[in-house]
Design a protein around this ligand. Structure first.
Ligand SMILES: C[S@@+](CC[C@H](N)C(=O)[O-])C[C@H]1O[C@@H](n2cnc3c(N)ncnc32)[C@H](O)[C@@H]1O
Length: 277
């Protein structure tokens, strides 16, 4: 249970202000309100996204309609068998929460009804992330499969928190515990997902993409086009001659010819094994 509120906000109806007959949806709260971020975007049609709901999430979630949330990320207690205290911000306000449960079953019994509510409010297109660690992750996964459906499990994301160490000098009798686990579930099969790309570091580009196309100046690298497993029985890899070199290849002869026509197959010197550009 949250002992202190995270930020002051207008907890109350989950409906947009306009539907409540309250202040206009475009009006931000007054400036200077400590801990309140001024809204810059239009609120959702389903729920007022400009509100921070404080208190036990089981009670707060019950106020929300079904299927109104695009993304939930929870960083709940991990069943770490510890109590936490932090002194927050300039005022050093003391914040604490307990993460001790009688046993793992008691922890799961605490989290289950909250996750049921989180599944209820998630849109079919939405995503749900549960952040935990080795203390309870295996039990959490089973619980979430039961609630969200094991077919809606998308990924376990492993967050390496520290460099590898095993605390052997401190007398530990275990291997290093250096990662957290994040379980990602969708609300349904047609969920929203967008791959994010970012620019490579220049030195990586120079090392990994060593070749430069004369005509365009574009960099490229060469990839292996021989077949994994070679001529192993059961692999069915095609065997033929390409640019004077006979190998088991990873593409059929027809596909290879098409790639060659497209300029994607390169032979750096006569007799060398061709590569994919
Ligand atoms: C692991 S901490 C998260 C810390 C936070 N993500 C951060 O980085 O500062 C777990 C948090 O869950 C809160 N919590 C535990 N049970 C809760 C509940 N039923 N409703 C709302 N918050 C709860 C605790 O108060 C605590 O702040």
């Amino acid at each position: 249970m949250a002992k202190k509120v995270v930020a002051k906000g207008r907890a109350g109806s989950p409906l947009p202000a306009a539907e409540r007959g309250g202040s206009s949806a475009s009006q931000p709260p007054p400036d200077g309100a400590h801990g309140v971020t001024r809204p810059t975007q239009r609120p959702s049609a389903l729920v007022d996204t400009r509100v921070i709901y404080c208190g036990d999430n089981l009670e707060q979630l019950k106020k929300l309609p079904d299927a109104c949330v695009d993304l939930s990320y929870i960083d709940p207690p991990f069943n770490s068998n510890r109590n936490y205290e932090v002194f927050w911000g300039e005022t050093k306000e003391k914040r604490a929460f307990e993460d001790r449960h009688a046993n793992t079953q008691a922890y799961i019994d605490y989290m289950r009804p909250r996750c049921v509510e989180l599944a209820r409010v998630l849109k079919k297109t939405g995503s749900f992330y549960y952040h935990c660690d080795w203390h309870a992750s295996h039990y959490v996964k089973v619980m979430l499969d039961q609630i969200f459906g094991e077919n809606n499990f998308i990924n376990e994301i492993v967050w390496k928190r520290q460099s590898s160490h095993n605390d052997a000098k401190q007398g530990s009798k275990h291997l290093g515990r250096v990662h957290d686990s994040l379980f990602l579930y969708s609300g349904g099969s047609d969920y929203y997902f967008k791959h994010l790309y970012q620019t490579y570091d220049e030195d990586y580009v120079e090392k990994a993409y060593r070749f430069v196309e004369k005509e365009t100046g574009r960099r490229y690298r060469l990839g292996d086009i021989t077949a994994p497993g070679g001529g192993a029985v059961g692999k069915g890899n095609p065997h033929y001659e390409l640019l004077g070199v006979t190998r088991y290849w990873r593409y059929s002869k027809e596909n290879m010819e098409e790639l060659y026509r497209q300029g994607r197959i390169i032979q750096t010197k006569p007799g060398t094994v061709p590569s994919f550009k």
